[in-house]
Design a protein around this ligand. Structure first.
Ligand code: SF4
Length: 296
């Protein structure tokens, strides 16, 4: 398989074939992100011949070794691909590897909103089952400060479009992204946005200041101060307390988090809030994941 640079995928795509159809991220300006900062990771669409050869190789594996059921299209925001190109990839996957049951992809509000409802319906028909969307915050001031390139209202519109097309929506938000000063507002507005979006999956990650990023520069000169672990937990508390979901699998078990939780909301809300309240009341560092065990 032709793979350029570092390949990222959501945890739930661990068993999937990782098919790189674009390189890098078409936006690549979020101030906290260093995912695609290698020189060879400048954004581009991979040539059709390369993608086709990879699908052929995967098809041989699927036929001779083990049927491939799931595919994840990389890199950062592959949904930005022009509709005709994405349709061609999905049609070829469907034809060459008939065992594929679901295709997943990263998308953001910009790339989702570029699609018309009938485009998304066609992608769904061709097997696109889930879009992973880094929403990060419901607070437009935070989104602007981190150069997210989209607003909370756009994220809500993107959620409605995906729901209408029957494509599952997995949303990531970032604890601490508003800094210590903006912490309460970031948490409250993110809970409000999650309520409006009502996605079936939410993952809460903890902001990590990655060396070399603009956020690290802001942290170095005091323009950005990360909340402490208790502040992060207070934000998680607000998200779980104030978000209203029809039915949501809510995770805070990403490697970056201080308190790993895996919840069905709303069913598990009270139990989770009791646990968080207890930990916040006694403030024992031993209740949180040690810094050395946290990852990006
Ligand atoms: S859109 Fe995602 S991959 Fe691209 S720069 Fe922002 S966080 Fe990084």
């Amino acid at each position: 398989m032709d793979q350029i640079g570092r390949i990222f995928r959501p945890p739930s795509e661990a068993e999937s074939l990782l098919l790189q159809v674009t390189v890098g991220c078409s936006h690549n300006e979020c101030t906290y992100c260093a995912m695609y900062d290698l020189p060879e990771q400048g954004f581009r669409v991979k040539p059709w011949a390369t993608v086709q050869a990879d699908i052929a190789e995967a098809a041989r594996f699927s036929a001779e070794v083990m049927p491939i059921r799931r595919v994840f299209l990389c890199d950062g925001d592959a949904l930005i691909l022009p509709q005709a190109h994405l349709v061609r990839i999905l049609e070829e996957l469907h034809r060459a590897i008939p065992s594929v049951r679901r295709v997943g992809i990263y998308g953001d509000a910009r790339s989702i909103l570029r699609k018309r409802p009938e485009d998304l319906a066609r992608l769904k028909e061709l097997g696109l089952g889930i879009v992973y969307h880094g929403v990060e915050s419901g607070d437009d001031e935070v989104l602007e400060a981190v150069n997210k390139g989209s607003t909370a209202a756009e994220a809500a519109r993107a959620a409605a479009l995906l729901r209408e097309a029957g494509i599952r929506h997995s949303v990531m938000v970032m604890l601490g992204l508003g800094g210590r000063e903006g912490s309460a507002r970031h948490a409250e507005r993110t809970a409000a946005l999650l309520t409006e979006m009502d996605p079936p999956f939410v993952g809460a990650l903890t902001t990590t200041v990655v060396p070399g990023t603009p956020l690290a520069a802001a942290a170095a000169d005091g323009r950005f101060v990360l909340p402490d672990p208790w502040g992060m937990l207070e934000e998680l508390q607000v998200l779980i307390r104030d978000s209203r979901f029809t039915r949501c699998r809510f995770h805070s078990n990403h490697a970056s988090n201080y308190l790993p939780l895996s919840l069905n909301l709303p069913a598990d809300r009270d139990r989770a809030l009791d646990t968080i309240a207890m930990i916040l009341a006694r403030r024992r560092p031993g209740d949180l994941k040690p810094e050395g065990l946290r990852g990006l």
